[in-house]
Ligand binder design. Structure first.
Ligand SMILES: N[C@@H](CCC[C@H](N)C(=O)O)C(=O)O
Length: 280
């Protein structure tokens, strides 16, 4: 049976999206996802995203497999792409510009904006070590500017869970970070029992930062939405950033706001359809 897919990207963080609305289990296995994501022998992507029927009163459910086949709880760029994909699928039957999406990291709400961008209510960040999870500190303590030995160097790290786990380090110049060498060492560090996404942040101004990321299960990517949100939270907690900032990624900028009113994160950025195809 052939399976139709549409390729989308959010700032170069690219995904194969599959209309899975007629079944509550993904139609592709994790092993098949690895093959489809392969950039030489497959379609090429950072992950495969499934649009499934809603759970617990939501409109839809999102599940995602990373390019290594692992299943993360959440994906920020992916949920913007999913919002755009759902609008395409619904076509004229679309009743609203906003969807409530069930994910393993909580309910997220992408909203299609008149200018074509997608704004997402990303929920409230979780900060306790037990929630990240990490053993850097006792489970009921936050991890803010804590020393961590990686690759023979001590890094001051701050950890934030945005549905999925992130470890953030502020540096003078993101361009000098050997991401392909130290990224895997952060990801597989024993203090992170569920592995970790790793962000390096250069604060240019309190409302403008540059970010590079090593993603759990995907390696270096051109952008990471949950990582951009987590990094803004870390910047605010360490008095480096305003509560609203542009996060400049290799693939382009995301606007992130940590609302003082409801303590929720709001992420605004693009979601672009690239092409459609069929998997035999
Ligand atoms: N690129 C994503 C995050 C995807 C999941 C991540 N690799 C993980 O394993 O947690 C984003 O835009 O948030």
């Amino acid at each position: 049976m052939a399976i139709e897919f549409t390729k989308y990207h959010g700032l170069g963080n690219d995904f194969i999206l599959i209309d899975n609305r007629s079944s509550s289990e993904p139609v592709i296995t994790q092993e098949q996802a690895v093959k489809l994501c392969d950039r030489h022998f497959g379609i090429g992507a950072d992950g495969v995203i499934f649009a499934l029927p809603g759970e617990n009163g939501t409109d839809y459910t999102m599940r995602i497999f990373n390019s290594d086949g692992s299943e993360p709880e959440m994906c920020g760029n992916g949920i913007r792409c999913l919002g755009a994909f759902l609008a395409d699928l619904e076509g004229d039957a679309k009743k609203s510009d906003q969807y409530r999406i069930h994910t393993l990291g909580g309910v997220m709400t992408p909203q299609l904006m008149p200018d074509g961008q997608v704004k997402v209510d990303m929920g409230i960040p979780r900060l306790l070590a037990g929630e990240i999870p990490t053993t850097i500190n006792p489970a009921n303590e936050k991890v803010i500017n804590q020393p961590l030995e990686v690759a023979g160097k001590t890094w001051d790290v701050t950890c934030v869970n945005m549905g999925n786990p992130h470890c953030i380090t502020f540096v003078e110049d993101v361009a000098t970070i050997p991401l392909e060498i130290i990224g895997p060492q952060f990801e597989h560090h024993p203090v992170f029992p569920q592995r970790i996404n790793t962000e390096f942040i250069q604060v240019v101004r309190p409302d403008y930062v540059k970010m590079r990321v090593w993603e759990r299960g995907a390696g270096i990517t051109l952008a990471c939405g949950t990582g951009a949100c987590a990094s803004l939270v870390a910047g605010v907690l360490t008095q480096r950033c305003d509560r609203k900032a542009t996060v400049e990624l290799p693939g382009g900028p995301l606007l992130i706001e940590w609302s003082q009113i409801d303590q929720r994160l709001y992420m605004t950025g693009p979601a672009e359809r690239v092409f459609t195809g069929k998997i035999d």
